[in-house]
Design a protein. Structure first.
Length: 219
């Protein structure tokens, strides 16, 4: 049964303990409007308005308390941002963090730039190209529906601050455990956290990784 996306958004934000005033909701609605506008020509996200709210916005924000609990999160890199998930919703809710949105696609990064400008987000920057070519170090690296974690660790490690944390948005725990068999357990500490996405029945988790011996190595 189809439900009112605006109602789902407000109720979902309330359930997650996030700001749900008119201004905040209006910004997210504007963001979704921008996705739908670009969808007509570029097929950015295969989802209707209701699914954009539940499967993407609320999913991106379901682990917000976990991210807020990380002592050092001044600089966040979102890899394979696509239409901006989870990076843009995180930027709206983490004004004290600077978030770099990265994607290889010129169309997707053009969208990201247009969306951040329209929303007036000042704590975001957009980079087009392979994330391995990015310079600098980040406190947190996020990605969602990008790749198996083990395949990307070598490239991500170069960009991770000494005490940094990688947060991968994942689905079923069974699949995560299979991925972990390909990760060097001598070098990396991990934690799998189940998150509840409002109005979404699918199993969702955050996989947190940090180097052993670093201040964040006890995740």
């Amino acid at each position: 049964m189809t439900q009112n996306p605006a109602v789902l958004l407000k109720q979902g934000l309330i359930q997650l303990g996030l700001p749900h005033d008119e201004k905040h909701i209006a910004m997210i609605e504007t963001y979704l409007d921008e996705i739908e506008k670009w969808n007509k020509r570029h097929d950015m996200v295969k989802a209707d308005r209701e699914q954009l709210v539940t499967h993407h916005v609320l999913d991106s924000l379901a682990g917000i308390d976990v991210i807020k609990s990380i002592p050092s999160r001044e600089r966040i890199l979102d890899i394979g941002s696509g239409a901006g998930f989870p990076g843009i919703p995180l930027a709206l809710c983490l004004p004290d963090s600077h978030i770099t949105l990265s994607d290889r696609s010129t169309i997707r990064t053009a969208f990201l730039s247009a969306a951040t400008i329209r929303l007036g987000i000042t704590n975001c920057e957009v980079i087009c190209g392979d994330y391995r070519e990015i310079r600098g170090h980040f406190d947190v690296i996020t990605f969602r529906a990008f790749s198996e974690t083990g395949k990307e660790l070598y490239g991500m490690e170069r960009l991770l601050a000494v005490d940094g944390t990688i947060i991968a948005y994942k689905g079923r725990e069974e699949k995560i455990l299979k991925e972990l068999t390909k990760i060097d357990s001598v070098k990396w500490s991990h934690r799998v956290i189940r998150v509840k996405v409002p109005f979404l029945e699918k199993e969702r988790h955050l996989l947190m990784l940090s180097r052993k011996g670093s201040p964040a190595g006890s995740v």
